[in-house]
Write a protein that binds this ligand. Structure first.
Ligand SMILES: [Zn+2]
Length: 305
């Protein structure tokens, strides 16, 4: 019997499962709508069904890794904080409850942006910042060859630090990166400037067609994103950044202000900060989560207050 490992990405709208061989190579994948408003038991029932459906007849499931939105306790896999995209999900001990649905297979759970970053690492890389700009802006840190968790509040929340201006953030504070560089922020700022309500993708199309207000909101987003990357790089000694998320699909609009902001803030070491885009796209979180179960990445065994 060969062993297989599953990686799961539990998003607000969709749950994606990727089945991998022992070396982390993808064998198969499937997805279904998340039961995001049906509570933790229903969400995990759906995950267990999808995982079980992908285990080949001649293989044994050796482990399951989960990437979940929100602040996640890396020891129990409990999602501590979720936004309004989930109901009855916060407080669910994912590791124990999913394992119980899968005949005791070991389960490890991390924040989805941590999963994204693991799914984007190149084999030789030991220091990388991951930033996912989509509905919100999340960050993850791989430092000295391991994920940085910090305490219960979660490390790497690049979307909710800094003060880049006076916009109110989704968290209630003022001027955070998420208030400028998330899809919702781009749409809101464009509506404020023009009175026209467009989704972020449509704002991007308008910017590419020469709409000045649309160009300005993307230039601000790119500039502040570059500044945030430069600050994180300087503080943590991480000179490589991987960017993902739906907003980054508009890289043609973001690249110049991001690179200018980085060039204006060279690291003390003189080493340039390199920025690259996600290679695995929508599968990064699940592929990274699958790698959690292979013993490549150590997770904390006890809480770290
Ligand atoms: Zn915030």
């Amino acid at each position: 019997m060969t062993g297989v490992r599953a990686g799961v990405d539990i998003g607000a709208t969709k749950t994606l499962v990727v089945m991998c061989d022992e070396d982390g190579r993808e064998l198969d994948s499937t997805s279904a709508p998340s039961q995001s408003h049906q509570g933790g038991a229903a969400i995990l029932d759906r995950v267990a069904e999808l995982v079980s459906s992908l285990v080949p007849d001649d293989a044994v499931l050796a482990g399951v890794g989960v990437g979940a939105a929100g602040v996640v306790d890396p020891v129990t896999g409990t999602v501590l904080v979720t936004g309004d995209s989930f109901t009855g999900w916060a407080g669910t001990p994912v590791n124990a409850e999913l394992s119980a649905r899968l005949r005791g297979v070991p389960v490890r759970t991390v924040n989805d942006v941590d999963g994204f970053l693991l799914g984007e690492l190149l084999p030789e890389e030991r220091n990388v910042l991951g930033v996912a700009a989509g509905t919100g802006v999340g960050g993850a840190l791989f430092v000295d060859g391991r994920l940085l968790y910090g305490g219960a509040t979660g490390a790497g929340e690049i979307g909710h630090v800094g003060r880049y201006g006076e916009e109110r953030c989704t968290c209630g504070q003022i001027g955070h990166l998420e208030a400028y560089a998330s899809g919702r922020a781009l749409a809101r700022r464009y509506a404020e400037a023009t009175g026209r309500t467009l989704a972020a993708e449509a704002v991007a199309a308008a910017a590419l067609a020469g709409d000045h207000a649309a160009q300005t909101v993307f230039t601000d987003a790119g500039r502040f994103l570059g500044q945030a990357i430069a600050h994180a790089a300087g503080l943590l000694g991480v000179a490589t950044c991987v960017l993902g998320g739906s907003v980054v699909k508009s890289w043609a609009l973001l690249e110049k202000p991001v690179r200018e902001a980085l060039e204006e803030r060279p690291l003390l070491s003189g080493k340039p900060v390199s920025v690259r885009l996600s290679r695995n796209g929508a599968k990064s979180v699940a592929l990274g989560a699958a790698s959690l179960t292979a013993g490549i990445h150590r997770l904390p065994e006890v809480n770290n207050p």
